[in-house]
Design a protein around this ligand. Structure first.
Ligand SMILES: *[C@@H]1O[C@H](CO)[C@@H](O)[C@H](O)[C@H]1NC(C)=O
Ligand SMILES: *[C@@H]1O[C@H](CO)[C@@H](O)[C@H](O)[C@H]1NC(C)=O
Length: 647
């Protein structure tokens, strides 16, 4: 696989494109390159799937000692020590595993998926340095020990991409269940776990956190894109299951609105907002785009679809940013594939290309080809022009139908370009196909964590997209209209322990008969309970119908004071002031000193509560007796308000 001839080939291609004779020569090279990508994938695909499964407990060949369903990041226990399970990595891995199952049923994959969901239900309840389950804060913890106990060392936490990505992975399996006639399993076993992650996303999306590389505190494009998708897809699944996700519907548009902020007029996505010291050009954005892929919305720019003009312009700028920084890339012309890392300023292990970043660059292009072929046209805008000019220098702004020569040239050139990224991975993988995390920026020698699970997932998804196998729609068409005004609103969620999850045996696709079963060992530790179960269901609404109740109270505070609500429901701290929920002063004025908060509560619930004022020294001033009381309407209404005056 370290084919020196392939390296020469890349050099040759660079010269061809500099000579400016794209058509004939590019097509001839395309055939050669394609053949080499084909032969690499023929062996690497099965190797990657086998290796990925080796990293999943309890019986993965390199995961001995990991809990059932736990994905280890890598078997490497030192230099670097990746012998942990990360919520993000595990979710991305299982998103791909479910896609693989959906494409071709395999009982072993299904067992692993079910074990994963059972393990995550348990993990949601594990208190950790990011917080506990009762107010959802603990769900933002990025990594755990492989036996699913908390990791207490110093770390960049919280990381808010874990819950939405995990929701997306589990929704993927719930959709498989529904498609195969097992809707009640999706409702009883998977939805309760998904719901907690959706509640987290609706509550915390507008808070800063650490990015996917665990280095920068701020707002990350990748995290925000995943948060938006999770709520849109979660709302769609809810309605399929005959229930609803009120908070998903209320909050998703505001996340999409905020997502637009990441676009720089200079033609790229600024991967991290509210942090400094970098350009923002980062594989974060390539990953954000491919994980938001939904072919049903074509090249939609609001959701940064892979073939949108914004995402293509960003592809050029991000990949170009690595051309001059790695010796490995020297002399390779724009429009020809290069090794891609995380971001140009990276110094981790001296800053090297990563397999999963290089594969993401390929995958975005395969996604694009799929959509162009589906819509039988390619549109070049002033935003994407520079991207296309690297490949077809004579191209101009316009729409090219599939019958045009320009369309054919672009498709061939993009295919060649994408396969070039794949060939870089082929060249610098271990000879036996093993993919660690990185390869050396000067020599291409594989390095850092061995057998990185995410590297294998990235290989599998790029391979599938290249073959025209795309994931099912996440309903982006219902969630891609950007509101005129962006609001910083969120909803305080109710978190209900789902550790009793279990899967019935033999839920195979019709006609198949393998036996698969998984059951959780409910520990109950750290889990909260709510009054949801005791609530009468409003007629005509889902049994878990939630209402977004906005509480408001007027209180003239002095600088540093905050107003909170605490009461007899776990969503508002169960009378423990440590769990009291802060109100927002976003509508506060001197003339009208109003504090508000929106809390998601089950319809019909009655709560008793008080407001408290917390002073800078943490001392608390309580409202006097009696308690305030409120009964959430037992109608199908999705919102309610309760205006109180401080007493
Ligand atoms: C919260 O949302 C508002 C409105 O989009 C935005 O201006 C603000 O920067 C966001 N803050 C964070 C931390 O996401
Ligand atoms: C593949 O090669 C790497 C590097 O030489 C080695 O560490 C690994 O054990 C090999 N894997 C297998 C499955 O042979």
């Amino acid at each position: 696989m370290h084919a020196f001839s392939s390296l020469l080939l890349l050099g040759a291609l660079a010269v061809q494109s500099v000579l400016g004779r794209p058509d004939l020569s590019a097509r001839r090279e395309a055939e050669i390159i394609k053949r080499s990508a084909d032969s690499f994938l023929a062996t690497e695909g099965p190797y990657a799937l086998k290796s990925l499964l080796c990293n999943i407990g309890p019986s993965g060949c390199l995961a001995s000692g990991a809990a059932s369903g736990a994905v280890i990041a890598s078997p490497s226990k030192s230099s670097p020590d990746y012998w942990y399970t990360w919520s993000r990595d595990a979710a991305l891995v299982f998103k791909t595993v479910v896609d693989t199952l959906s494409n071709s049923y395999d009982a072993n994959l299904q067992t692993n998926i079910q074990n994963y969901i059972v393990s995550q239900a348990k993990l949601q309840g594990v208190s950790n340095p990011s917080g506990s389950f009762s107010n959802g804060a603990g769900l933002g913890e990025p990594k755990f020990n492989v036996d699913l106990t908390q990791f207490t060392g110093a770390w960049g936490r919280p990381q808010r991409d874990g819950p939405p990505l995990r929701a997306i992975a589990m929704i993927n399996y719930a959709k498989w269940l529904v498609k195969n006639g097992y809707t009640s399993t999706a409702t009883t076993a998977v939805w309760p776990v998904i719901k907690n992650d959706l509640a987290y996303t609706a509550q915390y999306w507008n808070n800063t956190g650490f990015d996917l590389w665990e280095e920068v505190q701020g707002s990350s494009f990748f995290t925000i894109a995943a948060s938006h998708r999770a709520l849109v897809e979660g709302a769609a699944l809810a309605s399929t299951l005959g229930t609803s996700c009120t908070a998903c519907n209320a909050i998703a548009p505001h996340i999409l609105c905020f997502l637009q902020r990441f676009w720089s007029p200079s033609g790229y996505i600024i991967s991290n907002l509210f942090s400094s010291g970098r350009t923002g050009k980062d594989a974060n954005s390539l990953l954000g785009s491919i994980h938001s892929f939904d072919a049903s919305v074509g090249c939609d720019a609001a959701t940064f679809q892979p073939c949108s003009d914004k995402a293509l312009s960003n592809h050029k700028q991000v990949t170009d940013s690595f051309r001059s920084v790695y010796k490995l890339n020297s002399g390779i012309a724009q429009g020809v594939a290069v090794a891609v890392g995380r971001y140009a300023e990276d110094t981790y292990y001296n800053g090297n290309p990563w397999y999963l970043s290089t594969l993401a660059a390929a995958e975005q292009l395969y996604d694009s080809i799929y959509v162009w072929q589906q819509q039988a046209s390619i549109t070049v805008t002033s935003i994407s022009l520079a991207f296309f000019k690297d490949l077809v220098p004579s191209i101009t702004v316009g729409t090219y139908s599939s019958s045009s020569a320009t369309y054919v040239s672009v498709i061939n050139a993009v295919q060649t370009y994408a396969d070039g990224y794949l060939n870089i991975v082929a060249n610098y993988a271990h000879a036996n196909g093993s993919l660690p995390e990185q390869f050396d920026r000067n020599t291409g020698v594989p390095l850092s964590a061995s057998d990185l699970t995410w590297s294998y997932a990235a290989l599998l998804s790029a391979k599938a997209r290249r073959a025209g196998i795309v994931p099912s729609s996440w309903n982006a068409a219902a969630g891609n209209s950007v509101p005129g005004t962006c609001l910083a609103t969120s909803v305080v969620g109710s978190y209900v322990s789902a550790t009793a999850v279990s899967f019935p045996a033999s839920q195979t696709p019709s006609g198949s008969s393998a036996t698969v079963t998984a059951t959780a060992t409910a520990t109950g530790t750290g889990s909260a309970t709510t009054t949801a179960a005791a609530t009468a269901t409003p007629t005509g609404c889902a049994s878990d119908h939630q209402v977004l109740v906005t509480f408001s109270v007027k209180y003239a505070t002095t600088y540093g004071q905050s107003v909170k609500i605490v009461g007899d429901n776990s969503a508002i701290g169960a009378w423990n002031t440590a769990g009291a929920v802060a109100l927002s002063a976003s509508q506060y004025t001197t003339a009208n000193p109003i504090w508000t908060v929106t809390i998601s509560l089950p319809a019909g619930t009655t709560i008793a509560y008080k407001y408290i004022v917390v002073n800078t020294d943490s001392s608390i001033k309580w409202e006097t007796d009696p308690n305030n009381a409120f009964t959430v309407p037992s109608t199908c209404a999705t919102t309610a308000t309760k205006a109180d005056s401080w007493h």
